[in-house]
Design a binder for this molecule. Sequence first.
Ligand SMILES: Nc1ncnc2c1ncn2[C@@H]1O[C@H](COP(=O)(O)OP(=O)(O)OP(=O)(O)O)[C@@H](O)[C@H]1O
Length: 256
Amino acid sequence: MACPIIRVSGLVTRFGPQTVHDGVDLEVRQGEVLGVVGGSGTGKSVLLRAIIGLLRPSAGRIEVFGEHLGALDPDRRRLLERRWGVLFQNGALFSSLSVAENVEAPMREHTDLPQGLMNELAGLKIAMVGLPADAAPKYPSELSGGMRKRAGLARALALDPEIVFLDEPTAGLDPIGAAQFDELIGELSRALGLTVVMVTHDLDSLYAICDRVAVLADHKVLSVAPVRELERHDHPWIREYFHGPRARAARDSEAE
Ligand SMILES: Nc1ncnc2c1ncn2[C@@H]1O[C@H](COP(=O)(O)OP(=O)(O)OP(=O)(O)O)[C@@H](O)[C@H]1O
């Protein structure tokens, strides 16, 4: 069995009187595509932000690549940050930078590569996510939603990360665009041996590319299992989620 690349134990997250997580445990295995699902407001995005160190948990421990995030000095933290890439919910591109400049931004922040090499690498990443070369000089406002997501993914891949975190990558895409994006993530994960942690509401994505799915409910991770096993879980939210009409449609399209 692949070893855990991320280990979250006893995570508690509170905002004032609100407790979002109350003892979240989760292990992510190297090379897997892990989906994170749960009702609205159950703390999926907050969990992602805690794992990448954007948010300090109230209690608990988060280890990434065996390093305890809470105990890292800033230099070690920066080294660790180079090993993952993040695609935020809306792509979060810098609107005043071209696509190529967006992809180069992490290189500029974390490396001393000469400009020529950065240009070349950005071109490679742009091609890798299936964008045409003429997208490179364009600004985010000149791209479709699907192209912006791809550009965000190219930026997440800029430093050849070992883990990619995706927050609702297919939200806002039409079903064909969403399926193509799923396919791209699956292909990249296989080809590059990437570990992918993906917050999603998209049942199609779970069936299409996730090796396992973690369910957040009742302030905890209730279960982590392949989607076919989760279908048999008896928690009311999981039952409703996996046995509603949308789940049936997703299962049927996977079977086709
Ligand atoms: N910085 C913050 N300060 C205060 N409350 C916050 C903060 N960030 C998130 N929250 C609260 O934490 C809860 C969980 O938020 P989160 O965005 O993780 O939910 P989610 O499961 O991703 O939901 P959705 O599926 O609707 O995107 C929400 O009630 C939210 O209002």
